[in-house]
Design a protein around this ligand. Structure first.
Ligand code: SAM
Length: 283
């Protein structure tokens, strides 16, 4: 038996299933957990790969450590989505963080990851700094008061289904409003490679660059996402991700990471020509 994700009509990715561990249709999406010999336990939402035990460190390192190495004074963090817990796990490694609000629309994702994927979700069990809200992220930011977060991490699904509202002007404007003057927004920024992903990448970049004075994009290699080439957005009111990188401060923290390091931090913002051209084009 194989799990197959359809990248586009003529391209698909398959991974052999040793065991189909669990399947459920929640109020928001179809949730499935599987086991593969190489990638370990993995889970999918509506047939799209979310997290595997083998490569989740890449995504979670890159969403968390890039902003923390630019502004080590980040104290109050908002995570939107991220129900598997991997992003919370990495951000809570910083003792300097005082509070993390995590807003996940689908409680079932959290509960099932706690059961089947403790590698990422055990971070959600017992840290007094973490508060989980089971709500729509768009509504949450609309109702939040201004200038209360230093960092927002949008660890969302793609802009189809429940994730759609997280790719709108309304969402980005509210993120801007609720971030402090030193605030940073990191968002799941799709991929430049296949047509549909590239379309969404351009669409969200054009909105973010109209909302924030600094709007950059950085890349990482994610073996189980379409094409393996994936992006995060870095938007800020004040900080440039390279000029303001505090390499020494970050390295002195002595955090052990498997993917992120401060040399790679700089390299990740150096984009291939075709990606730069797509991002510069007027959507
Ligand atoms: N790393 C993953 C990826 O890009 O494939 C994302 C992982 S995380 C599981 C994405 C989470 O975003 C899901 O659990 C989903 O329920 C949540 N989500 C989607 N739309 C949301 C919304 N509007 N508000 C809050 N959470 C949302």
């Amino acid at each position: 038996m194989w799990f197959t994700e359809h990248y586009q009509n003529d391209i698909k990715f398959s991974i052999e299933v040793q065991e189909h561990i669990y399947s459920e249709k929640s109020n928001y999406q179809q949730i499935d957990f599987y086991k593969n010999k190489t990638f370990g336990t993995f889970f999918t939402l509506d047939g799209f790969m979310m997290v595997t035990q083998k490569d989740e460190f890449i995504y979670h390192d890159m969403i968390s450590h890039v902003p923390m190495a630019v502004n080590p004074n980040i104290k109050n963090v908002l995570i939107i989505g991220g129900g598997d817990g991997g992003t919370a796990r990495e951000i809570l490694r910083y003792k300097s963080i005082s509070s993390v609000d995590m807003v996940e629309i689908d409680e079932r994702v959290v509960r099932l990851c706690q059961k089947f994927l403790p590698q990422t979700a055990s971070s959600l069990d017992d840290d007094f700094r973490l508060k989980i809200y089971f709500e729509d992220g768009l509504k949450f930011v609309q109702n939040s008061s201004s200038e209360q977060y230093d960092l927002i991490l949008v660890d969302s699904t793609d802009p189809i289904g429940p994730g759609e509202g997280l790719f709108t002007y309304e969402f980005y404007n509210n993120c801007n409003r609720i971030l402090t003057k030193e605030g940073i927004l990191i968002n799941q920024h799709e991929s430049p490679y296949y047509e549909q992903d590239a379309y969404e990448m351009k669409r969200s970049h054009s909105k973010i660059k109209k909302t924030f004075p600094i709007a950059k994009v950085y890349q990482f290699h994610m073996p189980t996402y379409a094409s393996g080439h994936w992006l995060f957005g870095f938007a800020s009111k004040k900080y440039d991700p390279i000029k303001d990188l505090k390499s020494n401060l970050w390295n002195n923290l002595n955090l052990q990471t498997k993917y992120y390091n401060t040399d790679l931090h700089i390299g990740a913002f150096m984009l291939p020509t075709y990606v730069k051209q797509q991002l510069e084009s007027n959507y």
